[in-house]
Design a protein around this ligand. Structure first.
Ligand SMILES: *Cc1c(COP(=O)(O)O)cnc(C)c1O
Length: 223
């Protein structure tokens, strides 16, 4: 199956409120262009320099999403153009994004990444940590970031019930934070959860944004 057919197959069953991020990490420019020609405009990368170099080479109406763990010293590579950073998992990173956004005269949209999986290797705020941060009011310091929601990754397992429970937890946290800390924000509307393996479950639990790589572009040789 071609990239175009894969995209078509995924998109035909997506509810209208769900946005598809095509995860193109490690994939060559030609593959991204195939998806672009099929109408895809949002692409996800997990390395700042790789995103930067792809941005240089590809059409400028592509919206680039950072989905991977971001080191503070790499923010500068993507700050001029990145559309949404899914992976904000500590305040220090938020502060750096704010600083670089300001220097570029723009606001950068961000999601808080929440740790919902069993694996310790997966990053993110703990629920209590995030509650504490939001309750502190310190988010107001960062005028050039616009926090528009949450992102999470479920445990990599075939146990459907476990994945379902993790997504359910994140979805509840999203609703709770929205009510408590963003009651008047029209922007806090994005719940980024669901990958190739588990996106149907994620939609069922209220996801509004899917990050899908291998089901579109085929398996990666490395991640
Ligand atoms: C690689 C990656 C994805 C896409 O994974 P697939 O299984 O290829 O769909 C989604 N989210 C994050 C954070 C990733 O690193």
């Amino acid at each position: 199956m071609s990239i175009k057919d894969n995209l078509k197959n995924i998109k035909k069953d997506l509810p209208p409120h769900v946005t598809l991020v095509a995860v193109s990490k490690t994939k060559p420019i030609e593959d991204i262009l195939q998806a672009y020609e099929a109408g895809q405009r949002i692409f996800g990368e997990n390395k700042a320099q790789e995103m930067h170099s792809k941005h240089e080479k590809l059409p400028k109406d592509i919206q680039w999403h950072m989905i991977g763990t971001l080191q503070t010293n790499k923010v500068k590579y993507i700050a001029p153009f990145v559309d949404l950073i899914h992976s904000v998992e500590r305040e220090k990173l938020l502060a750096e994004i704010d600083k670089r956004a300001k220097a570029n005269n723009r606001t950068i949209k961000c999601l808080f990444q929440v740790h919902i999986a069993e694996e310790e290797s997966k990053f993110g705020f703990d629920e209590e940590e995030l509650m504490e941060f939001l309750a502190s009011g310190r988010l107001q310091r960062y005028a050039n970031v616009n926090v528009v929601g949450l992102m999470g990754m479920a445990t990599n397992t075939n146990e459907k019930a476990k994945v379902q429970e993790e997504f359910h937890k994140l979805s509840n946290l999203f609703k709770k934070l929205k009510k408590q800390f963003f009651p008047n924000s029209a922007d806090f509307n994005t719940l980024s959860m669901g990958m190739s393996q588990d996106y149907e479950q994620a939609i069922y639990q209220g996801s509004t944004m899917l990050r899908i790589g291998s089901s579109i572009f085929g398996n990666r040789n490395y991640t």
